[in-house]
Design a protein around this ligand. Sequence first.
Ligand code: GLU
Length: 448
Amino acid sequence: MSNIDEKLQPILDQVLRRNAGEAEFHQAVTEVLESLGRVVAKHPNYLDRALIERICEPERQVIFRVPWIDDRGEVRMNRGFRVQFNSALGPYKGGLRFHPSVNIGIIKFLGFEQIFKNALTGLPIGGGKGGSDFDPKGCSDNEVMRFCQSYMTELYRHLGEYTDVPAGDIGVGGREIGYLFGQYKRLTNRYEAGVLTGKGLVYGGSRARTEATGYGATYFVQRMLETRGNGFEGRRVVVSGSGNVAIYTIEKVQELGGKVVACSDSSGYIVDEEGIDLDLVKEIKELGRERISKYAARQSRAHFVEKGSIWDVPCDVAMPSATQNELTGRDARALIANGVIAVGEGANMPSTPEAVRLFREAGVLFGPGKAANAGGVATSALEMQQNASRDSWTFEQTERRLADIMHGIHDTCAATAEEYGSPGDYCLGANVTGFVRVAEAMRALGVI
Ligand code: GLU
């Protein structure tokens, strides 16, 4: 049941046919094309030269074998991906995801979202995404290193600071980026710092990159809340996940006076009515790489819920920061019944289309991932700037740029939504703003 303009329907039909079975990619493309009806009504020339068809087709897709040897000496094999989706605005840019659920459809949905997200930052970066169905859970440090080295042994030939610049995503953090960079450097015999972002501070990383996605999402939601009068002060907040995005979302929400009462991992969620003890979460998840249930074992006032949905926990602000489609129509109904006023997506596409529709109908402020979580990739672009100028900025300077970028994204999305007759519709604002920037560059570059 889509809401697509009749001129765009054949384009969508072709995408669905050509990419059969790739449900998440279909979802991401449908959502963007639904927003473009009003754009092509106003500017029919965006339909020329198959521009929209070309945006929906990756420029290049690389799929490769990744063999590696585990600690018992057994040969293991995974599949590696890199989808170089669009380079009209700059080198392909986007993270790598290591998770057993990864397949080409997942990487294409993430790469497609990344095009518009990156355009929204206003920085010169194209869109791409990669990863593997490798499951780091339970692997030793040596196994992760050997996997990363094998993965990079194929991928390096497709990368370069002017070509394609990966970073982290689920399952890929500072440790993995270090091993990937080490292998790239060894294979190429070049210290090309700008080829990867999310690097450690000792070898060319940027201050505030680790915190950037969560901090940025919080700045975005703060700005949305301000359109209704006040910010996070005194608000009850639920943040799903407990990885990099969730942790730094909790940190910034707490700094701004909000109270985060729940977070989760794939095993369940914890509720702490006094407010989450973030140092404990960091100790369990960042250092220990352990399950979130340990929080309740260590902190008696909290409890762990194994089955059920974190979105049943009443809150004013919900920040889904785990993974795609984690917040369903049922969850949206529960949140709305409990009086939620704002939802900001820290993860990529965490709300199902039904959930997004319900939030819109209920008048809930809704910041879609491609706008709200753009702070991570924006700070990656700042890392590239620092690498290019062989400079390194202070934390304050970098965070200030991040805050300015997030406020800019919010305000631009709001202005675009207004211009296109749907004030407050940040989905429309984000899709249209991102699309127009990419489309203008593509038009200028000709049919390529
Ligand atoms: N994986 C992050 C995202 O979804 C960051 C990508 C990057 O820094 O290149 O935007």
